[in-house]
Design a binder for this molecule. Structure first.
Ligand code: G3H
Ligand code: ZN
Length: 286
């Protein structure tokens, strides 16, 4: 199955694929172990910073080798591609899915750059995800802040504008902002599910993604998936699990061969990934 077919299958069967950020070998192992254990198709993704750290071609090679080893579908996604050049690099290196984040550009410019990316990606039979409403926050530990302070309804996606953007660009997946912040906060957050339903009604033939998959109430995530979300991005909860586990470990060992002590951070991240796969309903969907 190609990437389009994997996503369409999720949409038809009302589950979502987890899109998990790959920061290093340990998170890669955690994500692929979880996918293998739960027989779940997954999206492995790398943001600009992660691509700069690991490399486009290296990510493509690693994804291919791990996918063959675990025997479940793995889609490699450029996460929040920052411009046409970054998307082109990922397409040419062999990524399977492209997210162009034009949210900080004026609407007409966002349409223009997204359309260029769609043109190139579609030549390679790759889906493109577009974004025009900046998803607030950052993939970090914001537990001293309240989510409500960043969930400004004035910044949320407008269904009519979303419809115009999709019609003019031809994106396959739309990333909306309905209260889904990047990062984890003092409390879990609610989504504006009514707004998400209106966006789905405005875009009946477009797939929807949900960014900021960390720290959202489980019931809201389940309802969002029922509404038509087929991809949920998760990063912060994995980052926090990795860092906390590593910190605890380094305070309690004299071992200097680091590969010998990575089991615990890997398991901590794997646990997060497995919980999310179950929540999104993609277990046993290979
Ligand atoms: O693109 C990546 C994500 O949207 C991750 O969001 O850090 O809140 O899980 P998160
Ligand atoms: Zn995101």
């Amino acid at each position: 199955m190609n990437t389009f077919e994997i996503l369409q299958k999720a949409a038809a069967n009302h589950y979502a694929l987890g899109a998990f950020n790959c920061a290093n070998t340990e998170t890669l192992k955690a994500i692929t172990n979880a996918a293998k254990n739960l027989r779940a198709p997954i999206i492995l993704e790398a943001s600009d910073g992660e691509v700069n750290y690991i490399g486009y071609k290296q990510l493509v090679a690693l994804k291919q080798i791990y996918m063959e080893e675990i025997g479940v579908p793995v889609i490699l996604n450029l996460d929040h591609g920052k411009d046409f050049e970054a998307c082109k690099n990922a397409i040419e290196a062999g990524f399977d899915y492209i997210h162009i984040d034009a949210a900080k550009l004026p609407f007409e410019e966002a349409i223009s750059v997204t359309s260029e990316v769609v043109k190139l990606a579609h030549k390679h039979n790759l889906p493109v995800e577009g974004e025009i409403d900046h998803i607030e926050g950052s993939s970090a530990d914001h537990r001293k802040e309240n989510p409500e302070d960043l969930q400004d309804p004035k910044l949320f996606s407008d269904p009519e504008k979303a419809r115009e953007f999709v019609a003019k660009t031809g994106v396959d997946v739309f990333a909306s902002f309905v209260g889904n912040l990047h990062g984890i906060y003092a409390t879990n957050m609610h989504l504006n599910l009514n707004l998400l339903k209106k966006i789905k009604a405005a875009l009946p033939n477009t797939l929807l993604s949900l960014h900021g998959g960390s720290g959202i109430f489980d019931d809201d995530v389940k309802e969002a998936v029922k509404t038509g979300i087929v991809k949920v991005n998760v990063n912060s909860e994995m980052r926090v699990a990795f860092k906390m586990s590593l910190q605890e470990l380094l305070n309690s060992t004299d071992e200097v061969a680091v590969y010998k002590i990575m089991d615990k951070p890997i398991s901590a991240v794997q646990k997060v990934v497995e919980q999310k796969i179950k929540l999104f309903g993609s277990e046993n969907k290979t």
